[in-house]
Design a protein around this ligand. Sequence first.
Ligand code: SAH
Ligand code: SF4
Ligand code: F3S
Length: 436
Amino acid sequence: METKNKKLYIETLGCQMNKSDSERIAGIMSHFGYELSDEKNADFLIINTCSIRKLSEDKACSKLGAWSKRKKSGANIKIGICGCMAQREGENLLKKFPCLDLIFGTHNIYELPELLKMQDKVCAVRKDYTGEKEFNIIRNKNINAWLPIMEGCNNFCTYCIVPYTRGRERSRTMDVILSEAKNIINSGFKEITLLGQNVDSYGKDITGKPLFAELLEKLDNLEGNFRIRFTTSYPVDITDDVIKVVKNGTKICECFHIPMQSGNDRILKAMNRRYNVYEYSEVVKKIKHEIQNVTVTSDFIAGFPGETEEEFKDTINAIKTLELDYSNTAAYSPRPNTPAAKMTDKFIPDDVKKRRLFELNETVKESSFNSNKKYVGKTLEVLVEKEKNQDGVRNLEGRLRNNKVVHFKSNKYNIGDFVNIKLIKASAWCLFGEEV
Ligand code: SAH
Ligand code: SF4
Ligand code: F3S
């Protein structure tokens, strides 16, 4: 084959879904003789892009700029772009980056075999999802595996680009998911993270309409010693059955990522989120009441168009009163053709957004520290994921079932072990423990 033993480099920006896609792209390309290599030695360079904020797209552009320069100065390389920005911009990207050899969107990863056979520049960005085919997957880690269960979004929050880059919600069948899960476990992985823009929507679009709770239960019943996580949950779509399965399951970890976005009802409405602060609080309370040692994490946006100082303060208060364990934060970034991006007369000045983001981060740090402190004195199971040797001492790092990071010293345990650790100290972002 012409492409035998060629070297591939994939740079992945964005969310876990993109990381998972890159593992699948690497798998498909391995059938064409491409093996993964570092950036310097690669013959084919691909950037898997994210459009969630302007900054993410700027990062991709600067990388493409650097690669184009290399190519212009004679390097014998091919350059490709995929992911959300490719899906959004398609052929337009060729105007900005004439050096591009391959453009494909989130909807047509599985067309890669055909695309790779073509000699000329290829732009293949389809509006419709072209379906998945079976290929091996070259996973990046060996303890934690991503497992997409659904993709796309039907919610159209007014600030968000995802429905335009990932398309409408599409679920994979239970059979496909269960068989991929079995492969993952048989390959020695210790943790599976189920991925979807809205995992609670799982099954609504496929025959038999299986529920997310049913899928969780089936996965929990698979044999083996491993953990199951899932992300992301949409606040008011989390059912009592899901809470029950997380509570009673032995493998499903006690951890919910439920983005709230704002702690103010008027802003939530302007964002087209389908809940108010009271409804969100009820979900969090129910979960925290039902499940021991559970964590609830969230996402927040600072400076949505029209957000007043008081409305912003409501967000700060929500993080505190709901005792959220950790939150991702971002300053609002207008995304092309989304409804919020048209509210230009209500845009919040950059310096105000920056200051609000800073305050938000301070609050998150405090809430995370408060949450971590609650675990000091407890003995809980840690899955060891990393090790570092320092002056002859082995420092191990792992996570609790509720996703909190724990550091401890040990000569006994190794990566992949489940260990009971006594937690003795908390910092803002992690816990420290010792063997019992
Ligand atoms: N499906 C998930 C989140 C997907 S995007 C959900 O429903 O919440 C991940 C996070 O990026 C969002 O939770 C939001 O906080 C943030 N985000 C999305 N669009 C953004 C924008 N235009 N500006 C700033 N942050 C944004
Ligand atoms: Fe974006 Fe909203 Fe869909 Fe999440 S639910 S992906 S924030 S549109
Ligand atoms: Fe970014 Fe696309 Fe994920 S926009 S956050 S890579 S779904």
